[in-house]
Design a protein. Structure first.
Lengths: 198, 198, 198, 198
DNA sequence: CTATAATCGAGACGGTACGTCCGGTCTTGTA
DNA sequence: TACAAGACCGGACGTACCGTCTCGATTATAG
């Protein structure tokens, strides 16, 4: 009760973390370097996060909140838009290197898995819901059936398909996501959703 | 003229690497432990691979060669089959932890990116081609147009969608890929491909 | 402001160094073994000394401070005494193996040469000065001429002759320094000094 | 029986050893480097010497055979001469670094100690005997008493004093042996020997 | 004039230690 | 109490040599 933590310090640390990620990448990211860059002692880092991975998850999570779903007039266009902006996010070095790394770490740590899910995954499903709702308003998709588990599953499925395809294209196949690819993907997805929902 | 390298040593090392991956996971995998388990000196590892990542790529790559595409009678069923067997592969601890980790590392190393592409990605596209061919023989899909770049792109797209969705579901969303999910996914994908190709 | 170095650690390390020298000898002395024996991390060694040789010089230097020159009543006897006690020092395994080794190393390192000179050589010249002074008080030797470079050179010469002869006898010729040898040597040296100074 | 060893190879190896000693010093001298420099395989080295130390002793021993004792007309002058030529030998980098190093090693190896004694020490005592004989012929010293252990001991003592003083001056005290020092030393030694033998 | 057997070059190999780096904890003094 | 500074332990890193080994290829002698 004597002295409260300095809130600005958190931001400085997360900024420093992202900067180091850009310059060095995940495996060369050291706590000491982040601390020095943030003008902070190593102790302070460990007082706030249990380890490197958790800190990086938090540092990267905010990037995902920049994603939006502007109304481009059709489901097809909306998908194209979100694919392109997600791809551009995944092309930023601090995002691509960190995301895969923490996912890798998470395979041996349930705590980390939870942190990723709450900080990244769940927060972005909103985009799928929003796009679906908008398409229903436009009459492109039928309205949700009340309490339908199938509808809920379709949302999850759509999320994994969109996010997975983009991540795989960019990071594993190592090919660019350009407008042409986004269009082809959106066409495929709309076709599939229509077939399933129709 | 000089003493040749022992070919069996390579196999012993890669076996040891996979075993250590299962027990310790990527971040606790040490060269010394792999060497000891393989009954080999650390030097020998470094004589054959430039680093941990490259060695792990080679160790994991062979797992992907186990994937097959048995003829289950329809495109929909074929997709369900490959999704399930791929998901079962991605659930093996040595595959999931290693794959994400090397992809993360690869974001800062073109050499590693190439190695992943040739050792893993390119080798598995055969499954997509094979499934497509079979569907065409069954009359489920129209035949390829000669020298069509579009057909080629559709193959790549399909590959990223299938592999990406499964990987994302298993590793990021952290949800199981069961028969129900495989069926829903296959339905969506067949719908999309039909719409696009029709 | 920051945490200060633990002074007791220095002593523990030097003790461990001497113990390892006794058991293993110079060429089998490893930093890791010293660290473990001292209950200290290897890092701590390197934080305090640039390398093995420097550490060993410091570890051995204190042994030389044990040397004394008890008044045995005559120059001849004083020399016999110091020769015997120096020889007994040079027979201790930690001294003999270490001293020659660091001298060997020093031939390629001016820094090390300086360290040896200040830590060992200069500190022991006091014995020669003391013995000379005592002999002068007894009237065995004429008093120093003021500001005489010759007197100073004679001190250095005596030091090299005494120390050199003992070291060479023990380490190179590999013969024991017993009372008989000490007496013969002292006789020779007193004869020489008297001839020169007379 | 079948094929004899190439004798020229021995010389090439010892030459290479000395050259490496000059350039790198003892502690940076590697068997691989010597082998390459001699145009020879590492195996060949180990076929001829049990280890580095033994090889270096042989490489350096020949240097000592260059020492001679030209007749300069008096015991005093003869001593000055041998001191200067021995000092010039001890100033050569391959000799100084190697000699101390093998002596250090020898403290833990009787075999090595023997090799040093036969290859270096015993071979050089001839110089003392020769100088003594010459001084006796000149009438500077009384003739040997038959079967006198004392005379024998005086030879050994003289050897240790001369060699020890020079080595200590050059390597430990790190001061030059010039004509002035040689003269002062010779004066001291002649005084001592005369007093003892008188 | 072979054939036979040791020598030789090259370099892979199992080891051991190196000196460095980093993670995470701890101990100081200052604010 | 929070914090900066940095010492500290532990442990892995990638490198360098060691001394041994396995290879073919190359001789010099014995048959």
């Amino acid at each position: 009760m004597a002295r409260p933590r300095n809130a600005a310090t958190d931001l400085a640390i997360l900024d420093a973390t992202r900067a180091e990620l850009v310059e060095k990448g995940w495996s060369k990211l050291t706590m000491a370097a982040v601390a020095e860059r943030a003008g902070v002692a190593k102790t302070t880092l460990y007082r706030r996060w249990p380890g490197r991975s958790e800190m990086v998850v938090d540092a990267v999570a905010v990037l995902f909140d920049e994603l939006e779903l502007p109304d481009r007039g059709s489901l097809q266009s909306d998908i194209e838009g979100v694919v392109l902006s997600f791809a551009s996010l995944m092309s930023r070095p601090e995002a691509k290197t960190a995301l895969m790394a923490v996912v890798a770490e998470s395979t041996h740590s349930p705590q980390l898995r939870d942190r990723i899910r709450t900080a990244v995954v769940d927060r972005q499903k909103r985009l799928v819901r929003q796009g679906r709702l908008r398409a229903q308003e436009r009459g492109e998709l039928p309205a949700d059936r009340p309490d339908s588990a199938e509808d809920e599953q379709l949302i999850d499925l759509t999320f994994d398909v969109v996010a997975g395809a983009v991540v795989h294209r960019v990071l594993v196949s190592d090919e660019p996501v350009d407008e042409q690819w986004a269009a082809a993907f959106a066409l495929l997805l709309v076709g599939g959703i229509t077939a399933v929902s129709g």
